[in-house]
Design a protein around this ligand. Structure first.
Ligand code: FMN
Length: 208
């Protein structure tokens, strides 16, 4: 059974909410993850890995930069994590085939936009659009630091590119934080089990 899913209760529609007792105590709740792997036919190692990763809920972000002509470039990302406070830094894993990567490295600066609950439709549109048309003007503005920022982001972290390492298919980019802005809301979108889910800190399970 999916351990992460034990903390979620499906609501109507695609959103999930944290709830305050273990899932096994619910009756009739639909399972958000496929059945227990032990009940399924043997899968290849890569398929097992994919299934395991479906349980790794991660905050949805859009990473954005400018190309040399000043046009916005970017991609949706979950492989984004805080690295350290001293120095303030972030770590990103970007597929080397991503169309935005050359612009991000050339510009040397990017924004990490944390996407809030309620932005699912804009997210789906962004993810489905081709790289030339994914930035809808009404959702974006240009920050004085010369990066696009998402107007409805719950937080935006603007970084300069620190160093970059290659690991297999990915570029591991270290970002040195220049500035940060955030709203009062901490509700966010999480990508879990192949879908966008809403989380709200107020709904979180309080652990002793
Ligand atoms: C929810 C979600 C999370 C994603 N996370 C990452 C990620 O962390 N790193 C990455 O390189 N691509 C990630 N992608 C894929 C990119 O957003 C994008 O689809 C891919 O880079 C192709 O973009 P392109 O058409 O601009 O080349 C993610 C896509 C989705 C829908």
């Amino acid at each position: 059974m999916c351990p992460f899913a034990a903390f979620f209760q499906r609501e109507a529609g695609p959103s999930l909410r944290l709830f305050d007792f273990p899932r096994k105590m619910l009756t009739g709740a639909p399972a958000p993850c496929p059945a227990d792997p032990e009940e399924e036919p043997a899968l290849s190692q890569v398929e097992d890995f994919r299934h395991a990763l479906r349980r790794l809920g991660a905050a949805v972000t859009i990473v954005a930069t400018l190309d040399r002509d000043g046009r916005p470039r970017g991609l949706m990302m979950t492989a984004v994590m805080s690295l350290s406070f001293e120095p303030p830094s972030m770590l990103l894993a970007i597929n080397r085939s991503a169309s935005a990567l050359p612009a991000l490295l050339e510009h040397g600066r990017f924004s990490i936009n944390l996407i809030g609950a309620g932005e699912e439709e804009a997210c789906r549109n962004f993810a489905a659009a081709d790289s030339e048309s994914r930035f809808q003007a009404d959702h974006w503005e240009e920050h004085p630091d010369r990066v696009p920022i998402y107007r409805n982001a719950t937080a935006t972290i603007i970084c300069d590119v620190g160093d970059v390492q290659t690991f297999g298919t990915h570029a591991i980019v270290r970002g040195l934080v220049r500035s940060t802005r955030y709203t009062h809301s901490t509700d966010c979108l999480v990508y879990l089990d192949g879908r966008f889910c809403r989380t709200a800190a107020g709904d979180a399970l309080q652990l002793p």
